[in-house]
Design a protein around this ligand. Structure first.
Ligand code: SF4
Length: 481
């Protein structure tokens, strides 16, 4: 899975970097822009009709004309084939500037090397080198969103990924921030109006035409959303795997879920997982869920979440599915800071309770802390500098709960889980333009004021630790307290 592979990878970087030197040198024999991920990896946003390879470049629209002739155009678009041609011809596609920035400004390996070195890429290097740029190619690492159906409207999310957000902005419009956060007109400009779940979606139809052929070649398949368990297509994938007479047993299957859906769906999900795992129909099953801090404050950030119910569901999944790994994807934002230590301790307790040799990794749960970058008004950088001390303390706490070695006999936090909090601390401490900061603080005030009005929430009651800061943000806007 993405994150477990990343763990292996990060561990390897320190003591085994010649492997990556070798991958980079082999890529460079073809050209300085050659990267296997352009062929082997794809993220498809079928609710929008968009695709990209890898996930770093912006998405582009899939042509319905191409798709009619060729369902693999969900990945093999003419646009992407042109980028592959550039790579094979010794050029660096402009859309991959994420990697060129790393390569041109540091001695570090970029994701071009890491992704090409993964076991879903590297074994295919010779084959891909020989391909004509026009040829279609079945990716090995696939992420797909079938729909934006979702019962949550998290504060940093938006209508492209949540039908609950669509309903809100249809009623109230965008938020009154200087950048008109989540104003529906932005989606129009970017050609990202999501299909409704009730509408026929030609991109989903094309997916099902391609699926039997794609499935055989897959190393990793991850379903994202929206909330995938609210989409019939997710259940269709699970049933396909359950009923297949000769399943792809090498498959690493991952499903995102907010685990805040009705009990009936959680139980049905558990039943399907048990069938798939008991019959060894996949190599690994990972559930990616999301939470950004603890208790009521987590509920405020992720509107729709009932924290205690969510935590019960996590326990239920871990108790009933002894082979499943549960990874918490944290979008660490300004509102995560006051109570994050409680989440660190909570996840540690789950590691202790459910750690078992039945699992591929000794730990049943992982805490994957990624700091929020957009919307800017909710990042940790808007906070007053003293909050960095709290993040530092949390980094010390997770370090204290860490394993001495990432080996089976130890239960606790791995180095990667620890480093991601330290990275958040570093990012908060990095310099930020004072004028931009003032704008983002104004937007913090505008946003949460409107949030409370629209959603009936109470910022000051939920975040007493941040009340003074919020009041100052409102004062910049000359909004009466
Ligand atoms: S070069 Fe970098 S950005 Fe482009 S596909 Fe490869 S990993 Fe992704």
């Amino acid at each position: 899975m993405a994150d477990t592979n990343e763990k292996k990878r990060k561990i390897a970087i320190d003591d085994d970097s010649p492997v990556y030197v070798d991958v980079r040198d082999k890529l460079n024999e073809v050209g300085p822009g050659f990267c296997l991920a352009k062929w082997t990896q794809v993220t498809m946003h079928l609710q929008l009709g968009h695709t990209h390879s890898c996930h770093h470049p912006s998405t582009h629209q899939i042509s319905l004309k191409e798709l009619k002739r060729n369902p693999t155009a969900l990945h093999n678009t003419n646009f992407k084939k042109r980028r592959r041609k550039e790579m094979l011809d010794g050029q660096r596609p402009a859309e991959c500037d994420y990697c060129w920035n790393v390569e041109d400004n540091s001695d570090r390996f970029s994701d071009r090397t890491f992704k090409s070195g993964e076991n879903w890429s590297k074994p295919y290097m010779d084959e891909i080198k020989q391909l004509n740029w026009r040829e279609d190619y079945n990716p090995k690492y696939v992420e797909v969103a079938f729909s934006n159906a979702c019962n949550f409207k998290c504060s940093y999310c938006g209508p492209a990924f949540s039908s609950a957000w669509v309903q809100e902005v249809e009623k109230f419009g965008g938020y009154p921030t200087t950048d008109e956060f989540n104003d529906p007109k932005h989606l129009l400009y970017e050609n990202k109006i999501p299909f409704k779940q009730t509408e026929a979606n030609p991109y989903v139809d094309a997916f099902w035409k391609w699926w039997p052929d794609l499935y055989r070649d897959l190393h990793t398949f991850r379903i994202t959303g929206g909330e995938p368990l609210m989409s019939q297509d997710t259940w269709k994938v699970l049933d396909y795997i359950i009923e297949h007479p000769d399943p792809n047993r090498k498959l690493n299957l991952a499903i995102n879920s907010n685990l805040g859906i009705p009990d009936k769906l959680v139980d049905k999900f558990i039943e399907k997982i048990q069938r798939i795992c008991d019959e060894d129909r996949v190599n690994e099953f990972v559930i990616f869920t999301s939470v950004d801090t603890w208790g009521e404050q987590a509920e405020y950030i992720r509107n729709g979440l009932q924290f205690n119910k969510f935590w019960d569901n996590c326990n239920k999944v871990l108790a009933k599915c002894p082979k499943v790994i549960l990874t918490y994807m944290v979008t660490y934002n300004a509102l995560s800071v006051p109570n994050y230590h409680k989440l660190i301790k909570g996840v540690y307790d789950l590691k202790t309770e459910y750690g078992s040799e039945d699992r591929y990794w000794n730990s049943a749960t992982f805490l994957d802390t990624s700091y929020l970058r957009h919307p800017k008004h909710q990042t940790v950088q808007v906070l007053e500098p003293h909050w960095a001390d709290k993040i530092f303390k949390d980094a010390q706490l997770i370090d204290f709960l860490g394993v001495p070695l990432f080996e089976k006999e130890y239960i606790g936090y791995s180095d990667v889980e620890i480093q991601k909090i330290k990275r958040t601390y570093d990012w908060m401490k990095s310099p930020i333009d004072e004028k931009a900061l003032q704008t983002q603080r104004r937007n913090f005030g505008y946003y949460f004021r409107a949030h409370d009005e629209r959603r009936g929430t109470d910022f000051c009651k939920t975040f007493p630790e941040l009340e003074e800061f919020y009041r100052k943000c409102l004062e910049i806007n000359k909004i009466k307290w």
